[in-house]
Ligand binder design. Sequence first.
Ligand code: PEP
Ligand code: MG
Length: 592
Amino acid sequence: MKNKDTGIIGKKEVILDVVPIVPGVAMGPVHHFRKFSFNIEDFDYLIESVEGELDRFRIACSKTINFLKKTKKLSNVIYEDQFLDIFESQIVLLEDKIFLDEIENFIKDKKSSAAMAVFTVFREKMDYFLGLENEYFRERALDIQDLKQKLLHAIFGLGTEYQISVPSVVFADYLSPSDTVHFNRNLILGFVTDTGGKTSHAAIIARSLHLPYVINNRNLSKIVQSDDLIIVDAYTGKMVINPTEGTIESYKEQKKKYLDIELNLLKESKIPTTTLDGIHVDVMANVEFLHEIDDIMNSGANGIGLFRTEGVFLEKDSLPDEEEQYQIYRRFSEEMKDLPVVLRTLDAGGDKILKDLEQPEEQNPFLGWRAIRFCIDEQDIFKTQLRAILRANINNNIKILIPMVSCLREIRETKKIIEEVKNELTSQGEIFYPDTEIGIMIEIPAAAIMSDVFAKEVDFLSFGTNDLTQYTLAVDRTNQKIARLFNDMHPAVLRLMQMTIKNANSLEKEISICGELAGNPEAIAILLGLGLRKLSMSPYLIPKIKKIIRSFSVAECENLVENILTLSSALEVIEHAKKFYKQKISSADLLI
Ligand code: PEP
Ligand code: MG
């Protein structure tokens, strides 16, 4: 830690090394995140008087309007008019007589508490906006969710949590995936946490939101204060607390340079990707949210290699029904036209605890009731999703991917459930493609070892190297304390991959990779050398990875892998891979 001159807010400038998780530069005030979430069960049905509740609601409204007006002024000073329409539209809604009457009538007619009325009416409004075709209006659902939180805080007289008043860098000890999606994403500049892992689902979501994210490893969330100004450089792994004017200016310059490089890469990304010896490679996108579609189309992706449908569930306060899911999945099928959309069925559990699902507390959640285990037991939820997927496959480009398969029984049981769903749809006269492909994730060592047997049962396989590493090395992927042991280039992981690829090839089954390893520049040569020709990753990485692939020949990658597979430790593998990479690629062109 280095103390320098006094920063522009009158405190010492402090520069720290941090662990970069999602690249980018963020500058702004700190938003300290403390957990508090509202559930419907928190609100009383019984009230003392309707008049009392109407007063509570009106006072909360005027407090919130005052707060928003102040925030608008502040935001104007720091960011000019960049974020003004968000606050403006929230104020307009809180001054809309028809809307206010709707809430007041709910209180009067149902003899409801102010909190319950706000919760219910806002939820209906949000659902309405989320169901609209227009992207702009769907984005507004987040502002409505945010406004609901602000009002509920005012009703209960509570401090902030997901509520951000000015565009800020969120600072927390730990973030769960659901925390990550509950902020108003229009107001987040980046994330800093004390702990976490590169492949934690919060990190994956930050990646899909394309927000800079670093881990500080020092419990700084207890020290940094809410009015501190912060710069996060997640390209170089630096964080500046209370920067001086000079530092701010130099980071603004730096940010411009980074953007120029990104734009140049993006231009080249639409060209098909072939290696120096003419082998074609598909570079595909991992996605969690509908709003990412434009980024995916822009990135030059050759399709969607992994759609983590948990995003659809995490964004809502309740379980999405068949129609809601259908609308979202259908948009993907439509927009991607003839490009594939590998849609993974619900992977709840582990670190992804969804509101409204009866998920018990478990001693070892990652070894517990997760993914396909959960879906086979909760068939109503599973069948609802499968019906939505099959109906939504209007371009016959959707493929179904099953997560966390560990045994043959799970594959057969899943196929049986899919057949039952198809029969139901047929008897109801619904139109769907009966031959929609079914694949499995290879993310448990048992599935890799048994891949000669499992591959016969399905149409394709996809490596989930985040979990494959976690389960092979017995290292919790979210635990920063043991992050040094989480190594997806460990020879044990690579050997399991090699074995699986051989089995898939001999059965002529397609095999791809969608774990974070696919987006690691230094791993690309290994993946090509192992025989993979379909790599799926966060959309913003696609242009960089395409450029890297174009710099290698498959023949030299195969040589590299031959050497690497004789090595006995992860460190040796990484060293070899780094050396190979550095000989071929200039990092300055790639921001990596
Ligand atoms: C994986 O495990 O590598 C994977 C892609 O799935 P998730 O990260 O969603 O668990
Ligand atoms: Mg996984």
